[in-house]
Design a protein around this ligand. Sequence first.
Ligand code: SAM
Ligand code: CA
Length: 245
Amino acid sequence: MATNGEAEQTLRHQEVGHKSLLQSDALYQYILETSVYPREPEAMKKLREVTAKHPWNIMTTSADEGQFLNMLLKLINAKNTMEIGVYTGYSLLATALALPDDGKILAMDINRENFEIGLPIIEEAGVAHKIDFREGPALPVLDQMIEDGKHHGSFDFIFVDADKDNYINYHKRLIDLVKVGGLIGYDNTLWNGSVVAPPDAPMRKYVRYYRDFVLELNKALAADPRIEICMLPVGDGITLCRRVC
Ligand code: SAM
Ligand code: CA
């Protein structure tokens, strides 16, 4: 029979809005403590701890997802990358550490202040020179790049972790900017597990608001013949899209 503590944990785990999508919190903790925290680069640990004190810390990329991104970028030998949605820079640092010394990340966020929380740590890690940070909404920058005509098919990897109601709009442009054979990663595609919740399930307001956009995106990606896809239950769900034509 489950103890009170276990029952409480199970309930908390099932509530829509809980971050981990794994079977239990204990299992997730096991992953972190066995293979993520012991191998986390010092700079990422420092940034994670600084971010944990910030009021919007729920937005940060989790340490296991940071580790995953870092390895993925090395596996595909990524050099020219883009990130939409930086916050304090945890996924940005995971990326910057994975790229070669002449690698590049075009990083966009409407909020520079939060990026500046992480910047001293990124500088100390010796990887700030790879980052071109642009403050402001990402869409006009993408439109400008497409109009320029110089960036078509030029990105090895693009990580999208910003306003979920614009993911479809990003996809329309990014499919042109990513290389054939390159990857786009759309983050939070399982949206706190809410993608399978009944409409009357208790949900935080922002979870409910963005849910339909995430559902639409997932359908659109699954039906897009220009990409191969793989939806991974890492973090809050990340859908990898490999451009095939
Ligand atoms: N990848 C980040 C990390 O590892 O910590 C987390 C990003 S956070 C979930 C989402 C970010 O998207 C916020 O910092 C927010 O300011 C940014 N954002 C929201 N709308 C945006 C837009 N239209 N263009 C660019 N960034 C945007
Ligand atoms: Ca995210």
